[in-house]
Design a protein around this ligand. Structure first.
Ligand SMILES: Nc1ncnc2c1ncn2[C@@H]1O[C@H](COP(=O)(O)OP(=O)(O)OP(=O)(O)O)[C@@H](O)[C@H]1O
Ligand SMILES: [Mg+2]
Length: 440
């Protein structure tokens, strides 16, 4: 995983209409399709920016789809998570964004008694998001400004372009007729620009569930209504590391050892570890439940010297507890990050013996390499901009609150003031501003 600068910082490209074509001021919905959470915002007819309450009163809606096998219904957002976590029979899909650009998008996957392409599931999610936004706005919405990370896929421009095109195709299939794209960290910067009084050079740090994106940008409220801001964007970098990676690393360090990960078994050899990686990666968990994978895991008993570990592994697979375990790890990560205190990973449903804990020290150790890469990418963004340092670092995205990450960033840029932004609605708000400017 490398941190690389963006190939293009072009602010806006429309997929359908030629740039010169005038489209008569339709309201543009800014859509931040996130790995963990999605959000949407628009500038209403009175020119007021509104972050849409997508999930009850909340702006952020978990990017989750649940096919309820008991009622044969499809649930979205927090309802999807709740149904799944309360043990309802069915199939949960999360981290769909991580699949964009991969060949999996066109593959079918079983959802209850039928199968759908992953792409079709993204379309379903977009349809629901559109429906909720239209219910809020009180009228149809056909124009969308879609956020995209600096890199959907690291080091592979073809797959990266494919990921963007797939995102656009899904939005079109969901009923949007005009779409354009903007980089997520630039959108975050455009939102922050509403708060600055004078010209300021800022490093915008957007650390979400799947990616960490950085932009060094010159902000000036006097230029906020200009469509062409290329000259103000000094550098953009990004790396494919985010909160779901932190969850995976913490799952591997706290929970998976009680299922046999790193267990030194027969012949003094560690047991094969692919099943533990699948089980701790949001978008790969399902692979661990296929008949072939289950058979392989079952046969592993001969590799284990401690059969209690293998029994627990099989209970996790047979009960399909992967998402539940990872959600518990995520909850403990957030609790430990907020309080700085030890947080328990509740996995009593698996008869885990001792309760694993996420501790501040354990988190620092498990995440140190990943956090170092994120910080390096931030520093590289400043270097690429030709500056020695920045005065302000603007933090957005859910994982930007991660305590050891904030500490590492501050240590790397001791002279900078860290400013916390709207962690969940900021990118969508910035996309709405970008969309409104485009329509002017
Ligand atoms: N207080 C917190 N401390 C640490 N991490 C947190 C906190 N609150 C939320 N997170 C993490 O933030 C992540 C979600 O952030 P966000 O909603 O910004 O991501 P996203 O926009 O879906 O992802 P991306 O932008 O990478 O596609 C999750 O991994 C979640 O665990
Ligand atoms: Mg995001």
């Amino acid at each position: 995983m490398v941190c690389a600068d963006a190939h293009s910082t072009a602010p806006v490209q429309d997929q359908r209409t030629a740039p010169s074509e005038k489209r008569g001021g339709s309201i543009v919905l800014g859509i931040d399709f996130g790995t963990s959470n999605s959000a949407a915002a628009l500038i209403d007819a009175n020119g007021v920016m509104q972050v849409v309450p997508l999930d009850g009163a909340r702006a952020e809606m978990p990017t989750a789809v649940f096919f309820n096998q008991e009622t044969h219904s499809v649930l979205y957002g927090s309802e999807a998570m709740q149904a799944y976590l309360s043990g309802t029979e069915g199939r949960l899909l999360r981290s769909l964004k991580s699949l964009l650009g991969s060949s999996l998008m066109d593959e079918h996957t079983a959802v209850g008694d039928h199968s759908l392409r992953y792409f079709d599931i993204v379309v379903l999610f977009f349809k629901e998001l559109k429906r909720r936004c239209e219910a809020h706005a009180g009228h149809p919405l056909t124009h969308a400004m879609l956020g995209r990370p600096v890199h959907f896929v690291d080091d592979n421009p073809e797959r990266d372009a494919l990921a963007q095109a797939t995102l656009g195709r899904a939005a079109m299939e969901a009923g949007f007729t005009h779409i354009a794209y903007q980089l997520e960290p630039i959108a975050a910067a455009l939102d922050y620009e509403q708060r600055v009084a004078a010209e300021t050079v800022v490093l915008v740090v957007d650390i979400g569930g799947g990616t960490s994106d950085f932009t060094t940008i010159r902000l000036n409220p006097a230029r906020s209504r200009q469509t062409e801001r290329k000259a103000d964007i000094l550098a953009t970098t990004g790396v494919h590391i985010g909160g779901t990676d932190f969850d995976r690393l913490l799952d591997l360090s706290t929970v998976m050892p009680s299922l046999g990960y790193r267990h030194i078994g027969r012949g003094n050899r560690p047991v094969p570890n692919s099943v533990f990686f699948d089980l701790s990666t949001w978008h790969l968990i399902h692979q661990a439940y296929t008949r072939k994978a289950m058979h392989f895991a079952k046969e592993l008993w001969t590799d284990f010297t401690d059969q209690a570990l293998h029994k627990r592994l099989m209970s996790a697979l047979e009960g399909q507890y992967g998402h539940r375990l990872l959600a518990e790890v995520e909850t403990a990560k957030i609790a430990c990050s907020i309080s700085g205190q030890d947080a328990a990973v509740h996995m009593e449903f698996l008869d885990a013996g001792a309760t694993p804990m996420v501790t501040a020290a354990g988190m620092e150790l498990a995440l140190q390499d990943a956090l170092a890469q994120v910080v390096r990418c931030a520093q590289e963004c400043v270097v690429l901009s030709g500056l020695e340092q920045v005065d302000v670092v603007y933090l957005t995205g859910g994982s930007s609150a991660l305590r050891p990450l904030v500490a590492a960033l501050q240590a790397a840029m001791p002279q900078a003031t860290l400013v916390s932004g709207n962690r969940f609605g900021g990118v969508a708000a910035g996309l709405a501003y970008a969309g409104a400017v485009q329509q002017d």
